[in-house]
Design a protein around this ligand. Structure first.
Ligand code: FUL
Length: 443
């Protein structure tokens, strides 16, 4: 590089740094804010795989196989609601291409199945159940379609896909989340499909302007980078959109960005942590005894919601079309654990002293502190990069725990410590720190 280009490169770098410092930091849209406050969504993987015992169908399955004996989406929504979930996201179409609604675009759907003599519609029944139980409706439409002949002929399949998406977004009332996974295989003859993501996003915006769009690359909600339900630490809601421009990329840089976000990221795109209550996403009878116990689900709650992410927990119906009793039992027990865990905020009548970046709570009595529940006022963006929590034990302050980001919610679990005052000190922040809430939970 010659001297002139060196100087201009240095100037550009400097301008970039300065710009980053003066550009406003990103903030959530109203839909993203609502989504973050909801915390918990239930994932429902159900399709022809439920009947074949597979995780990925290859698209050659006969629709005759789909025949739930007692489909009951109201059972799903009741369990979801009782466990504190605010929406349900259904695999309207998984990779095998079978549609759980009677799509006009293909005969590979419930309309060709014996279920309800081909007159059933799972999406409709779920939409009705969600409405009845006051839950949001989310739909997963797999871009990868192993049945559809036009797959791999990019313009044709893109038209087909947009038409299916439009059916889903116009027939069933309000949709709160549209879910796009990143799996993208070869089409027939080895042709690779190039998806038209801008058109897909435009379609969702036009037909369901209040829905959030999920994928590795957002644009509203990002995948957390693993299927274990665990967010990174730190975890920023902001990302650098250039690092994950489209779904389906892999590599350390991509995973790091998904797990942690980016303190200087220009775009607001909080993480959603998906995980299944069982080893697989779909129901397999041999996994009936492998349902995660409620205590493990509570740990996942701490590692997702408690780390500034959303928890998306999958519960797969059986061939009956209902959740298995083992899943229902653990799901409901999980709901009770969360309720008990946060039943009594010992700080609710505390005397509060606060300045920017410092909050002190006088509890008025000694409490065996077990959980500290922090919230940043993210309407104004996420800025806190490092903080610590101190407890006053027998009149002396001691550091209980150090943390990094806070965001919508950060939960610290500590060994129970009897303290009569709690302090949160922000040690580093990218802009004015706003600790909105400090909850203190005892034994
Ligand atoms: C992935 C799919 O390949 C899995 O089958 C599952 O649906 C998971 C949630 O997303 O992309």
């Amino acid at each position: 590089m010659d001297r002139r280009s060196l100087i201009s490169a240095a100037a550009a770098l400097y301008a970039g740094r300065k710009l980053r410092g003066v550009l406003p930091r990103p903030t959530p849209s109203p839909a993203q804010l609502r989504w973050q406050r909801d915390e918990r969504a239930l994932f429902v993987h159900f399709t022809i795989n439920t009947f074949t015992g597979r995780e990925w169908g290859d698209g050659t399955e006969s629709p005759q196989l789909f025949n739930p004996t007692a489909l009951d989406p109201r059972q799903w929504t009741r369990s979801a609601r009782s466990a504190g979930f605010r929406s349900v996201i259904l695999t309207a179409k998984h990779h095998d291409g079978f549609c759980l609604w009677p799509s006009q675009l293909t005969s590979h759907s419930v309309a060709s199945s014996p279920w309800k003599n081909g007159r059933g519609d799972v999406v409709r029944e779920l939409a009705d159940a969600c409405r009845a139980d006051g839950l949001g409706l989310g739909l997963y439409l797999s871009p990868w379609d192993r049945h559809e002949q036009s797959y791999g002929d990019s313009p044709h399949y893109n038209d087909f896909y947009i038409a299916q998406l439009s059916e889903l977004l116009t027939r069933y009332g309000k949709v709160t989340e549209v879910w796009f996974d990143g799996a993208n295989g070869e089409g027939p003859n080895g042709r690779r499909q190039v998806y038209d993501w801008p058109r897909i996003h435009r379609t969702v915006r036009a037909l369901q302007p209040e829905a959030v769009i999920f994928s590795d690359a957002g644009p509203d909600i990002r995948w957390i980078g693993n299927e274990k339900g665990i967010a990174g630490e730190p975890n920023w809601a902001s990302v650098d959109p250039e690092t994950v421009p489209v779904p389906g990329l892999s590599g350390d840089r991509v995973v790091r960005q998904l797990q942690h976000g980016d303190a200087d990221g220009s775009v607001w795109r909080p993480g959603e942590a998906d995980v299944s209550i069982r080893p697989g996403w779909f129901w397999h009878p041999e996994e009936d005894e492998k349902v995660k116990p409620a205590s493990e689900l509570l740990d996942l709650y701490y590692h997702s919601v408690g780390r500034n992410a959303g928890l998306l927990l999958n519960v797969p119906p059986t061939t009956s079309g209902r959740f298995h009793q083992n899943d229902v039992r653990q799901l409901e027990a999980f709901g009770r654990l969360v309720r008990d865990e946060f039943a009594r905020d010992e700080a609710h009548d505390a005397k509060v002293r606060r300045t920017s970046g410092f909050v002190e709570l006088e509890l008025g009595r000694a409490v065996p502190v077990r959980v500290i529940d922090l919230r940043e006022d993210i309407q104004f963006g996420q800025h806190i990069a490092r903080h610590r929590v101190e407890l006053r034990v027998n009149g002396r302050w001691q550091v209980a725990v150090r943390g990094s980001t806070i965001g919508n919610r950060w939960l610290h679990r500590i060994a129970p410590t009897k303290a009569d005052a709690v302090r949160v000190v922000v040690e580093e922040s990218h802009d004015t720190p706003r600790v909105e809430r400090v909850g203190v939970f005892g034994e």
